[in-house]
Design a protein around this ligand. Structure first.
Ligand code: ARG
Length: 471
Protein backbone atom coordinates (compact mmCIF):
# COMPACT_ATOMS: atom_id res chain seq x y z
CA UNK A 1 0.00 0.00 0.00
CA UNK A 2 1.20 3.49 -0.86
CA UNK A 3 2.26 5.36 2.29
CA UNK A 4 1.99 9.05 2.91
CA UNK A 5 5.46 10.42 3.55
CA UNK A 6 4.26 13.76 4.86
CA UNK A 7 2.95 12.09 8.01
CA UNK A 8 6.28 10.69 8.94
CA UNK A 9 8.82 13.43 8.33
CA UNK A 10 12.46 12.49 8.65
CA UNK A 11 15.32 14.95 8.73
CA UNK A 12 16.79 12.91 5.89
CA UNK A 13 13.45 12.40 4.11
CA UNK A 14 14.14 14.52 1.01
CA UNK A 15 14.88 11.69 -1.41
CA UNK A 16 12.33 9.24 -0.01
CA UNK A 17 9.02 8.53 -1.67
CA UNK A 18 7.44 6.41 1.04
CA UNK A 19 7.59 6.31 4.78
CA UNK A 20 9.60 3.82 6.80
CA UNK A 21 8.02 0.50 7.76
CA UNK A 22 7.26 0.54 11.44
CA UNK A 23 9.22 -2.70 11.94
CA UNK A 24 12.20 -1.06 10.26
CA UNK A 25 11.80 1.98 12.47
CA UNK A 26 11.74 -0.23 15.56
CA UNK A 27 14.75 -2.15 14.39
CA UNK A 28 16.93 0.81 13.47
CA UNK A 29 16.04 3.36 16.11
CA UNK A 30 18.56 4.04 18.85
CA UNK A 31 16.94 6.88 20.75
CA UNK A 32 15.52 4.45 23.30
CA UNK A 33 19.07 3.98 24.56
CA UNK A 34 21.25 6.73 23.09
CA UNK A 35 19.13 9.46 24.73
CA UNK A 36 21.55 8.75 27.55
CA UNK A 37 24.04 10.85 25.53
CA UNK A 38 21.81 13.94 25.49
CA UNK A 39 24.04 16.14 27.70
CA UNK A 40 27.13 15.32 25.68
CA UNK A 41 25.28 15.73 22.41
CA UNK A 42 24.14 19.20 23.46
CA UNK A 43 27.60 20.10 24.71
CA UNK A 44 29.13 19.05 21.40
CA UNK A 45 26.48 20.94 19.42
CA UNK A 46 26.97 24.12 21.44
CA UNK A 47 30.73 24.03 20.78
CA UNK A 48 30.08 23.39 17.09
CA UNK A 49 27.50 26.21 16.82
CA UNK A 50 29.78 28.67 18.61
CA UNK A 51 32.62 27.82 16.23
CA UNK A 52 30.32 28.20 13.20
CA UNK A 53 29.34 31.66 14.48
CA UNK A 54 32.90 32.75 15.32
CA UNK A 55 34.27 31.69 11.94
CA UNK A 56 31.40 33.39 10.12
CA UNK A 57 30.20 30.14 8.56
CA UNK A 58 26.74 30.93 9.93
CA UNK A 59 25.47 34.33 11.18
CA UNK A 60 26.49 35.01 14.76
CA UNK A 61 22.87 35.77 15.74
CA UNK A 62 21.84 32.33 14.52
CA UNK A 63 24.65 30.70 16.48
CA UNK A 64 23.49 32.52 19.61
CA UNK A 65 19.91 31.45 19.03
CA UNK A 66 21.04 27.86 18.52
CA UNK A 67 23.05 27.90 21.75
CA UNK A 68 20.15 29.33 23.75
CA UNK A 69 17.76 26.88 22.15
CA UNK A 70 20.01 23.93 22.99
CA UNK A 71 20.26 25.09 26.59
CA UNK A 72 16.50 25.33 26.78
CA UNK A 73 16.19 21.80 25.40
CA UNK A 74 18.66 20.54 27.97
CA UNK A 75 16.53 22.04 30.76
CA UNK A 76 13.42 20.46 29.32
CA UNK A 77 15.07 17.06 29.13
CA UNK A 78 16.28 17.39 32.69
CA UNK A 79 12.85 18.46 33.87
CA UNK A 80 11.36 15.37 32.21
CA UNK A 81 9.40 17.57 29.80
CA UNK A 82 10.99 16.40 26.59
CA UNK A 83 9.20 13.97 24.39
CA UNK A 84 11.57 11.53 22.71
CA UNK A 85 10.29 10.30 19.36
CA UNK A 86 11.25 6.94 17.98
CA UNK A 87 10.42 8.14 14.45
CA UNK A 88 13.28 10.59 14.79
CA UNK A 89 15.61 7.64 15.18
CA UNK A 90 18.31 8.84 17.52
CA UNK A 91 19.27 11.37 20.16
CA UNK A 92 20.92 13.61 17.58
CA UNK A 93 17.88 14.02 15.34
CA UNK A 94 15.48 14.30 18.26
CA UNK A 95 17.41 17.24 19.60
CA UNK A 96 17.96 18.86 16.22
CA UNK A 97 14.28 18.62 15.33
CA UNK A 98 13.23 20.03 18.70
CA UNK A 99 15.68 22.89 18.18
CA UNK A 100 14.16 23.87 14.88
CA UNK A 101 10.67 23.67 16.36
CA UNK A 102 11.85 25.93 19.16
CA UNK A 103 13.88 28.59 17.32
CA UNK A 104 12.73 28.29 13.72
CA UNK A 105 14.89 28.06 10.57
CA UNK A 106 18.11 29.08 12.37
CA UNK A 107 18.01 25.60 13.92
CA UNK A 108 18.51 24.17 10.46
CA UNK A 109 21.99 25.76 10.36
CA UNK A 110 23.38 23.71 13.25
CA UNK A 111 24.21 20.72 11.10
CA UNK A 112 26.37 22.80 8.71
CA UNK A 113 29.84 21.26 8.28
CA UNK A 114 28.92 18.30 10.43
CA UNK A 115 27.55 14.80 10.04
CA UNK A 116 26.01 12.46 12.57
CA UNK A 117 29.08 10.36 11.97
CA UNK A 118 31.50 12.79 13.59
CA UNK A 119 28.76 13.95 15.96
CA UNK A 120 28.14 10.51 17.46
CA UNK A 121 31.87 9.80 17.75
CA UNK A 122 32.29 13.12 19.58
CA UNK A 123 29.37 12.48 21.92
CA UNK A 124 30.52 9.00 22.76
CA UNK A 125 34.05 10.15 23.55
CA UNK A 126 32.79 12.99 25.76
CA UNK A 127 30.49 10.57 27.53
CA UNK A 128 33.20 7.97 28.09
CA UNK A 129 35.55 10.62 29.41
CA UNK A 130 33.04 11.54 32.10
CA UNK A 131 32.40 7.91 32.93
CA UNK A 132 36.12 7.17 33.22
CA UNK A 133 36.46 10.08 35.64
CA UNK A 134 33.53 8.82 37.69
CA UNK A 135 34.81 5.25 37.73
CA UNK A 136 38.24 6.42 38.79
CA UNK A 137 36.63 8.03 41.85
CA UNK A 138 34.72 4.84 42.69
CA UNK A 139 37.92 2.80 42.43
CA UNK A 140 39.61 5.24 44.76
CA UNK A 141 36.90 4.58 47.39
CA UNK A 142 37.42 0.86 46.97
CA UNK A 143 41.16 1.27 47.47
CA UNK A 144 40.50 3.33 50.59
CA UNK A 145 38.41 0.46 51.94
CA UNK A 146 41.35 -1.93 51.49
CA UNK A 147 43.66 0.58 53.17
CA UNK A 148 41.25 0.76 56.09
CA UNK A 149 41.22 -3.03 56.41
CA UNK A 150 45.00 -3.18 56.22
CA UNK A 151 45.52 -0.44 58.75
CA UNK A 152 42.99 -1.48 61.37
CA UNK A 153 44.04 -5.13 61.37
CA UNK A 154 47.79 -4.79 61.37
CA UNK A 155 49.28 -7.85 63.04
CA UNK A 156 46.51 -10.31 62.11
CA UNK A 157 48.09 -13.40 60.56
CA UNK A 158 46.49 -15.98 58.31
CA UNK A 159 47.60 -18.80 56.09
CA UNK A 160 48.54 -17.68 52.61
CA UNK A 161 47.63 -20.15 49.87
CA UNK A 162 49.06 -21.35 46.58
CA UNK A 163 47.05 -23.86 44.53
CA UNK A 164 44.38 -23.31 47.22
CA UNK A 165 46.69 -25.28 49.51
CA UNK A 166 48.07 -23.77 52.67
CA UNK A 167 51.50 -22.36 51.90
CA UNK A 168 53.07 -19.80 54.23
CA UNK A 169 51.76 -17.47 56.91
CA UNK A 170 51.09 -13.88 55.81
CA UNK A 171 49.73 -10.70 57.32
CA UNK A 172 46.06 -10.03 56.63
CA UNK A 173 47.15 -6.46 55.86
CA UNK A 174 49.50 -7.77 53.19
CA UNK A 175 46.62 -9.70 51.67
CA UNK A 176 44.43 -6.57 51.64
CA UNK A 177 47.18 -4.48 50.09
CA UNK A 178 47.48 -6.99 47.25
CA UNK A 179 44.02 -5.82 46.14
CA UNK A 180 45.05 -2.21 46.60
CA UNK A 181 47.77 -2.84 44.00
CA UNK A 182 45.36 -4.44 41.52
CA UNK A 183 42.97 -1.52 41.62
CA UNK A 184 45.87 0.92 41.43
CA UNK A 185 46.89 -0.62 38.12
CA UNK A 186 43.26 -0.53 37.01
CA UNK A 187 43.13 3.20 37.66
CA UNK A 188 46.37 3.70 35.77
CA UNK A 189 45.01 1.64 32.91
CA UNK A 190 41.91 3.83 32.76
CA UNK A 191 44.14 6.90 32.67
CA UNK A 192 45.99 5.46 29.72
CA UNK A 193 42.73 4.64 27.96
CA UNK A 194 41.56 8.20 28.58
CA UNK A 195 44.50 9.53 26.57
CA UNK A 196 43.04 7.95 23.44
CA UNK A 197 39.40 8.64 24.34
CA UNK A 198 40.04 12.32 24.80
CA UNK A 199 40.71 13.25 21.16
CA UNK A 200 38.24 15.25 19.10
CA UNK A 201 36.83 13.71 15.92
CA UNK A 202 34.54 16.72 15.38
CA UNK A 203 35.05 18.23 11.93
CA UNK A 204 35.65 14.89 10.25
CA UNK A 205 32.07 15.27 9.00
CA UNK A 206 30.65 12.25 7.16
CA UNK A 207 34.04 10.73 6.30
CA UNK A 208 36.05 13.12 4.16
CA UNK A 209 36.20 16.29 6.23
CA UNK A 210 34.47 19.46 5.07
CA UNK A 211 34.92 22.31 2.63
CA UNK A 212 33.80 24.94 5.17
CA UNK A 213 36.56 26.90 6.90
CA UNK A 214 35.91 25.27 10.29
CA UNK A 215 38.25 25.59 13.27
CA UNK A 216 38.65 22.12 14.71
CA UNK A 217 41.03 23.27 17.41
CA UNK A 218 38.48 25.75 18.68
CA UNK A 219 35.82 23.07 19.23
CA UNK A 220 38.38 20.64 20.64
CA UNK A 221 39.53 23.26 23.16
CA UNK A 222 36.01 24.19 24.18
CA UNK A 223 35.14 20.55 24.72
CA UNK A 224 38.28 19.88 26.75
CA UNK A 225 39.80 17.45 24.25
CA UNK A 226 43.58 17.26 24.32
CA UNK A 227 44.02 17.00 20.54
CA UNK A 228 42.16 16.44 17.28
CA UNK A 229 42.05 13.23 15.25
CA UNK A 230 44.37 13.22 12.21
CA UNK A 231 42.37 11.26 9.67
CA UNK A 232 38.69 11.88 9.04
CA UNK A 233 38.03 8.38 7.70
CA UNK A 234 39.56 6.74 10.75
CA UNK A 235 37.90 9.24 13.08
CA UNK A 236 34.31 8.42 12.08
CA UNK A 237 34.82 4.67 12.14
CA UNK A 238 37.26 4.17 15.01
CA UNK A 239 35.80 2.61 18.12
CA UNK A 240 38.95 1.16 19.58
CA UNK A 241 38.74 3.79 22.32
CA UNK A 242 35.50 2.08 23.39
CA UNK A 243 37.08 -1.34 23.09
CA UNK A 244 39.92 -0.26 25.31
CA UNK A 245 37.44 0.95 27.85
CA UNK A 246 35.65 -2.40 27.74
CA UNK A 247 38.97 -4.12 28.26
CA UNK A 248 39.75 -1.90 31.26
CA UNK A 249 36.28 -2.67 32.62
CA UNK A 250 36.84 -6.39 32.06
CA UNK A 251 40.07 -6.31 34.05
CA UNK A 252 38.33 -4.42 36.87
CA UNK A 253 35.57 -7.07 36.90
CA UNK A 254 38.16 -9.85 36.81
CA UNK A 255 39.86 -8.35 39.87
CA UNK A 256 36.52 -7.92 41.62
CA UNK A 257 35.55 -11.46 40.74
CA UNK A 258 38.75 -12.85 42.24
CA UNK A 259 38.04 -10.88 45.38
CA UNK A 260 34.47 -12.18 45.42
CA UNK A 261 35.58 -15.76 45.01
CA UNK A 262 37.95 -15.34 47.93
CA UNK A 263 35.34 -13.73 50.16
CA UNK A 264 32.82 -16.43 49.30
CA UNK A 265 35.35 -19.06 50.38
CA UNK A 266 36.26 -17.10 53.48
CA UNK A 267 32.61 -16.77 54.43
CA UNK A 268 32.02 -20.51 54.20
CA UNK A 269 31.57 -22.43 57.44
CA UNK A 270 34.78 -24.33 56.74
CA UNK A 271 36.94 -21.20 56.51
CA UNK A 272 34.98 -18.74 58.68
CA UNK A 273 37.68 -16.14 58.06
CA UNK A 274 35.37 -13.17 57.71
CA UNK A 275 31.98 -11.97 58.76
CA UNK A 276 29.91 -9.92 56.37
CA UNK A 277 27.24 -7.66 57.83
CA UNK A 278 23.70 -9.03 57.58
CA UNK A 279 22.79 -6.04 55.44
CA UNK A 280 25.01 -7.40 52.67
CA UNK A 281 23.75 -10.97 52.75
CA UNK A 282 20.52 -12.75 52.02
CA UNK A 283 18.82 -15.83 53.39
CA UNK A 284 17.40 -19.00 51.97
CA UNK A 285 13.68 -19.46 51.50
CA UNK A 286 13.93 -23.05 52.71
CA UNK A 287 17.00 -23.39 54.94
CA UNK A 288 16.55 -21.16 57.96
CA UNK A 289 20.21 -21.28 59.03
CA UNK A 290 21.58 -19.79 55.81
CA UNK A 291 23.34 -16.49 55.37
CA UNK A 292 24.47 -16.33 51.78
CA UNK A 293 27.10 -14.06 50.17
CA UNK A 294 24.84 -13.06 47.28
CA UNK A 295 26.50 -9.73 46.58
CA UNK A 296 29.95 -11.21 45.86
CA UNK A 297 28.31 -14.07 43.98
CA UNK A 298 26.41 -11.69 41.72
CA UNK A 299 29.44 -9.52 41.09
CA UNK A 300 31.38 -12.66 40.16
CA UNK A 301 28.48 -13.64 37.91
CA UNK A 302 28.20 -10.24 36.26
CA UNK A 303 31.83 -10.42 35.20
CA UNK A 304 30.59 -12.61 32.35
CA UNK A 305 28.43 -9.92 30.80
CA UNK A 306 31.27 -7.40 30.82
CA UNK A 307 33.64 -9.85 29.11
CA UNK A 308 30.74 -10.54 26.75
CA UNK A 309 30.53 -6.85 25.85
CA UNK A 310 34.24 -6.78 25.03
CA UNK A 311 34.06 -9.84 22.80
CA UNK A 312 30.83 -8.61 21.27
CA UNK A 313 32.26 -5.26 20.22
CA UNK A 314 35.48 -6.85 18.98
CA UNK A 315 33.35 -9.08 16.79
CA UNK A 316 31.13 -6.24 15.57
CA UNK A 317 34.18 -4.25 14.49
CA UNK A 318 36.15 -7.00 12.78
CA UNK A 319 34.24 -6.97 9.51
CA UNK A 320 33.84 -3.25 8.96
CA UNK A 321 35.37 -1.62 5.92
CA UNK A 322 36.10 2.08 6.16
CA UNK A 323 34.27 4.21 7.13
CA UNK A 324 31.05 4.58 9.12
CA UNK A 325 28.73 1.59 9.04
CA UNK A 326 25.49 1.33 10.94
CA UNK A 327 26.87 -1.69 12.79
CA UNK A 328 28.69 0.87 14.92
CA UNK A 329 25.43 1.75 16.62
CA UNK A 330 25.82 -1.55 18.48
CA UNK A 331 28.68 -0.05 20.50
CA UNK A 332 26.40 1.92 22.80
CA UNK A 333 24.31 -0.61 24.66
CA UNK A 334 27.42 -2.67 25.30
CA UNK A 335 29.22 0.27 26.83
CA UNK A 336 26.17 1.48 28.77
CA UNK A 337 25.50 -1.93 30.25
CA UNK A 338 29.16 -2.29 31.13
CA UNK A 339 29.20 1.06 32.87
CA UNK A 340 26.09 0.23 34.89
CA UNK A 341 27.50 -3.15 35.84
CA UNK A 342 30.99 -1.97 36.77
CA UNK A 343 29.74 1.06 38.68
CA UNK A 344 27.32 -0.99 40.76
CA UNK A 345 29.83 -3.78 41.32
CA UNK A 346 32.60 -1.45 42.48
CA UNK A 347 30.22 0.44 44.78
CA UNK A 348 28.74 -2.70 46.34
CA UNK A 349 32.11 -4.31 46.86
CA UNK A 350 33.42 -1.12 48.46
CA UNK A 351 30.62 -1.48 51.02
CA UNK A 352 31.48 -5.13 51.57
CA UNK A 353 35.19 -4.46 52.04
CA UNK A 354 34.56 -1.51 54.34
CA UNK A 355 32.27 -3.51 56.56
CA UNK A 356 33.69 -7.04 56.55
CA UNK A 357 35.33 -8.21 59.75
CA UNK A 358 38.25 -10.63 59.74
CA UNK A 359 38.00 -13.40 62.33
CA UNK A 360 41.55 -13.26 63.65
CA UNK A 361 40.89 -16.16 66.06
CA UNK A 362 39.93 -18.61 63.32
CA UNK A 363 42.72 -17.38 61.07
CA UNK A 364 45.28 -17.86 63.86
CA UNK A 365 43.94 -21.32 64.69
CA UNK A 366 44.32 -22.41 61.08
CA UNK A 367 47.92 -21.25 60.90
CA UNK A 368 48.76 -23.97 63.42
CA UNK A 369 48.14 -26.73 60.92
CA UNK A 370 49.36 -27.45 57.41
CA UNK A 371 53.13 -27.07 57.93
CA UNK A 372 53.11 -23.37 57.14
CA UNK A 373 56.65 -22.94 58.48
CA UNK A 374 58.27 -25.85 56.65
CA UNK A 375 60.04 -23.42 54.29
CA UNK A 376 61.33 -21.53 57.31
CA UNK A 377 62.87 -24.72 58.66
CA UNK A 378 64.59 -25.35 55.34
CA UNK A 379 65.83 -21.74 55.26
CA UNK A 380 67.13 -22.19 58.81
CA UNK A 381 69.29 -25.09 57.68
CA UNK A 382 70.47 -23.14 54.64
CA UNK A 383 71.52 -20.24 56.84
CA UNK A 384 73.60 -22.75 58.83
CA UNK A 385 75.39 -23.82 55.67
CA UNK A 386 73.34 -26.59 54.06
CA UNK A 387 72.61 -26.22 50.32
CA UNK A 388 68.91 -25.40 49.80
CA UNK A 389 68.11 -28.59 47.86
CA UNK A 390 69.44 -30.76 50.69
CA UNK A 391 67.58 -28.72 53.27
CA UNK A 392 64.38 -29.11 51.24
CA UNK A 393 64.89 -32.90 51.27
CA UNK A 394 65.48 -33.04 55.03
CA UNK A 395 62.36 -31.00 55.80
CA UNK A 396 60.30 -32.89 53.23
CA UNK A 397 61.11 -36.16 55.00
CA UNK A 398 60.30 -34.63 58.38
CA UNK A 399 56.92 -33.45 57.06
CA UNK A 400 56.27 -36.96 55.73
CA UNK A 401 56.97 -38.44 59.16
CA UNK A 402 54.75 -35.85 60.85
CA UNK A 403 51.89 -36.53 58.45
CA UNK A 404 52.04 -40.24 59.22
CA UNK A 405 51.98 -39.47 62.95
CA UNK A 406 49.25 -36.85 62.64
CA UNK A 407 51.48 -34.13 64.05
CA UNK A 408 52.77 -30.70 63.07
CA UNK A 409 56.51 -29.86 62.99
CA UNK A 410 56.22 -27.57 65.99
CA UNK A 411 54.55 -30.35 67.96
CA UNK A 412 57.61 -32.60 67.74
CA UNK A 413 59.66 -32.73 70.95
CA UNK A 414 62.90 -30.74 70.62
CA UNK A 415 64.95 -33.96 70.75
CA UNK A 416 63.12 -35.35 67.75
CA UNK A 417 63.59 -32.09 65.90
CA UNK A 418 67.31 -32.15 66.62
CA UNK A 419 67.47 -35.71 65.38
CA UNK A 420 66.30 -34.56 61.95
CA UNK A 421 69.70 -33.04 61.17
CA UNK A 422 72.89 -32.29 63.12
CA UNK A 423 72.60 -28.58 62.29
CA UNK A 424 69.27 -28.29 64.15
CA UNK A 425 69.58 -26.71 67.58
CA UNK A 426 67.34 -25.26 70.35
CA UNK A 427 66.88 -21.99 68.38
CA UNK A 428 64.79 -23.92 65.84
CA UNK A 429 61.65 -23.25 67.86
CA UNK A 430 61.58 -19.54 66.93
CA UNK A 431 61.76 -20.49 63.32
CA UNK A 432 58.79 -22.81 63.58
CA UNK A 433 56.45 -20.14 64.96
CA UNK A 434 54.15 -18.40 62.47
CA UNK A 435 54.94 -14.99 63.97
CA UNK A 436 58.67 -15.68 63.53
CA UNK A 437 58.04 -16.74 59.96
CA UNK A 438 56.03 -13.63 59.06
CA UNK A 439 58.40 -11.22 60.74
CA UNK A 440 61.43 -12.71 59.06
CA UNK A 441 60.11 -11.79 55.62
CA UNK A 442 61.67 -8.36 55.66
CA UNK A 443 62.48 -7.93 51.97
CA UNK A 444 60.67 -5.05 50.23
CA UNK A 445 57.30 -6.24 49.01
CA UNK A 446 57.29 -9.13 51.50
CA UNK A 447 54.83 -9.87 54.28
CA UNK A 448 57.04 -8.88 57.25
CA UNK A 449 55.57 -6.20 59.49
CA UNK A 450 58.20 -3.64 58.43
CA UNK A 451 57.72 -3.94 54.65
CA UNK A 452 53.95 -4.03 55.14
CA UNK A 453 54.04 -0.82 57.18
CA UNK A 454 56.22 0.68 54.47
CA UNK A 455 53.78 -0.48 51.77
CA UNK A 456 50.92 0.98 53.74
CA UNK A 457 52.56 4.35 53.97
CA UNK A 458 53.49 4.31 50.28
CA UNK A 459 49.92 3.37 49.40
CA UNK A 460 48.60 6.30 51.43
CA UNK A 461 50.95 8.73 49.75
CA UNK A 462 50.03 7.39 46.34
CA UNK A 463 46.30 7.64 46.90
CA UNK A 464 46.55 11.20 48.22
CA UNK A 465 48.63 12.37 45.29
CA UNK A 466 47.16 10.44 42.39
CA UNK A 467 44.69 12.16 40.13
CA UNK A 468 43.53 11.09 36.73
CA UNK A 469 45.79 12.99 34.32
CA UNK A 470 44.03 15.61 32.16
CA UNK A 471 40.97 15.63 34.44
N1 ARG B 1 22.60 6.25 15.84
C1 ARG B 1 23.77 6.27 15.04
C2 ARG B 1 24.90 5.51 15.73
O1 ARG B 1 24.79 5.28 16.88
C3 ARG B 1 24.20 7.69 14.82
C4 ARG B 1 24.98 7.87 13.57
C5 ARG B 1 24.14 7.57 12.40
N2 ARG B 1 24.79 7.87 11.17
C6 ARG B 1 24.29 7.47 10.01
N3 ARG B 1 24.96 7.79 8.97
N4 ARG B 1 23.18 6.76 9.92
O2 ARG B 1 25.86 5.11 15.15
Amino acid sequence: MERDNTKNKKLWGGRFGESTESTVEDFTESVSFDKRLYAHDIRGSIAHARMLGETGIIPKEDADKIIQGLEEIRSRIEAGEFQWKKELEDVHMNIEQALTELIGPAGGRLHTARSRNDQVATDFRLYLRDEIEHLDGLLKDLQLAFLHQAETNLGVILAGFTHLQKAQPVLYSHHMLAYFEMFKRDRERLADCLKRVNISPLGSAALAGTSYPIDRHMTARELGFSDITRNSMDAVSDRDFALEFLFCASVIMMHLSRLCEELILWMSWEFSYIELPDAYCTGSSIMPQKKNPDVPELVRGKTGRVYGALVSLLTTLKGLPLTYNRDLQEDKELVFDTIDTVRASVKLMTGVVEKMRPRADKMAQDTQTGFLTATDLADYLVKKGLPFRQAHEVVGKAVGTCVSQGKELHELPIEELKALHPLIDDDVLDVLSVEGSVHSRRCPGGTGIEPVKEALSQAKTWIEKYTLPSS
